[in-house]
Design a protein around this ligand. Sequence first.
Ligand code: MG
Length: 90
Amino acid sequence: MKEYEALFDKAIQRWGVSAQLLMVLEEMSELQKEILKNINRGKDNLDAIIDETADVEIMLAQLKHIYQIQKQVEERIPVKLAKVRARLED
Ligand SMILES: [Mg+2]
């Protein structure tokens, strides 16, 4: 989401770092709620899941921008997935 870095800076200037970090949690909680509705109540809420997944991805991009950890996260992902692969091949 490199093309949105300037937008993230504007959001952080307007609302502040803490508010944006709390928004990460809020969006994750909204996604959790939709997943729970889907599993527990068999709700047909795929559109809501798509919406909340997009919100979470946007806020995770802002989180990485705030801490400037984009590169580290990107490097950590293949390490984590290699562990999953190893577990699956056990
Ligand atoms: Mg949301």
